[in-house]
Write a new protein. Structure first.
Length: 336
């Protein structure tokens, strides 16, 4: 899917990324609504606490049913887009073969030549993948770190935060924090579509300022180096993705079930503790969606082979999710 999105204009990639966030909102909101409906469901007297309550069974069933429906609808819609002209133009570019070539004039190739050709083609494909990776390596780094940071703290650590009570204490805080993250994720992915115009203005202003500073500092030097807009944008996303580790000490200070410690240290006022936690979760989601969408919209376009670049970026996205899941065990053990 990422390879297909990389072949199309940025709007389509942004739509695909936003759609993922919308799916998360629907899923988490459903869990929250059903949670409030079944909040009074508790184990009856004589029942073991290890047994699933009827409310939890209903929530689990609805969650899997909704996932199955979404997957089925997605498959149908994906098959339907193959009829659109833009899909055909992107996936079936004009052939570069000359018209004079006849299919009947296919040369006879023996087994040795065929094996040699396959080996050469395999080496060529590996070289293309490696060269494409070098073109987008910094975007892959940022994408990996973005999702690694997210999965290291969410939801393994954040789901362990319990409500501190008070007038504005939030019931079903765990369900609410899933909803807030997905809403923030969608906001970040949505605004990534408009970052192009903003960065154009910032880069033009920064370029003028840099030229003035360089001309003042190095009057006798020739051919000063001015970084391109794409390079500045790339380093901004890379630094931003690493800066998201600053969320870690914030969640360490949250009211964890294993180590109660309200996010605001004043014990006399607990009214807004849950609200501050949910705001931090919202910011975590916004930064996650923003960085991921910006990279997937811009990164593959910087390569000479966007489909391969999109696939590589998708691999590092998945790699970040997997590595972040492993890191979450270390993070949780450090917090508790």
């Amino acid at each position: 899917m990422y390879a297909l999105g990389s072949m199309m204009p940025q709007t389509y990639m942004q739509g695909m990324m936003s759609g993922q966030a919308i799916a998360g909102i629907v899923s988490s909101a459903t869990q929250l609504i059903v949670g409030y409906i079944t909040i009074s469901s508790k184990p009856k007297d004589g029942e073991s606490n290890n047994e699933l309550t009827s409310g939890l069974k209903i929530r689990t069933f609805i969650s899997f049913l909704l996932s199955a429906i979404v997957v089925a609808v997605t498959i149908v819609m994906f098959l339907s887009i193959k009829k659109y002209p833009i899909y055909k133009s992107c996936t079936n570019p004009p052939s570069s073969l000359p018209n004079e070539v006849s299919l009947d004039a296919t040369p006879v190739i023996d087994n040795e030549q065929e094996n040699s050709t396959d080996l050469t083609q395999s080496k060529s494909e590996i070289r293309v993948i490696y060269e494409t990776f070098l073109e987008v390596k910094h975007y892959c780094n940022a994408l990996f770190m973005c999702f690694c940071t997210t999965l290291a703290v969410f939801p393994s650590l954040t789901a362990g935060v319990i409500s501190v009570g008070g007038k504005l204490g939030v019931s079903l805080l765990t369900e609410w924090h899933f909803v807030m993250f997905n809403i923030g994720d969608y906001i970040g992915r949505f605004f990534a579509h408009y970052v192009e115009g903003i960065t154009d203005f910032v880069f033009k202003f920064g370029s003028i300022l840099a030229k003035i500073l360089v001309s003042v500092v190095s009057r006798n030097r020739t051919s000063p180096y001015y970084p391109t807009r794409e390079r500045i944008y790339m380093w901004f996303l890379l630094i931003f993705s690493y800066a998201r580790w600053l969320f870690l000490p914030i969640f360490f200070a949250a009211n964890l079930a294993c180590k109660p410690n309200p996010i605001i240290s004043d014990p006399s006022s607990k009214n807004f503790k849950d609200a501050w936690f949910l705001i931090c979760i919202l910011l975590l989601g916004i930064t996650n969606g923003f960085i991921a969408s910006c990279i997937m919209m811009v990164g593959p376009k910087q390569s000479k082979n966007p489909p391969v670049a999109g696939t590589i970026c998708g691999f590092f996205l998945t790699f970040g999710l997997a590595f972040g899941s492993i890191m979450s065990f270390i993070v949780v053990s450090g917090a508790c």
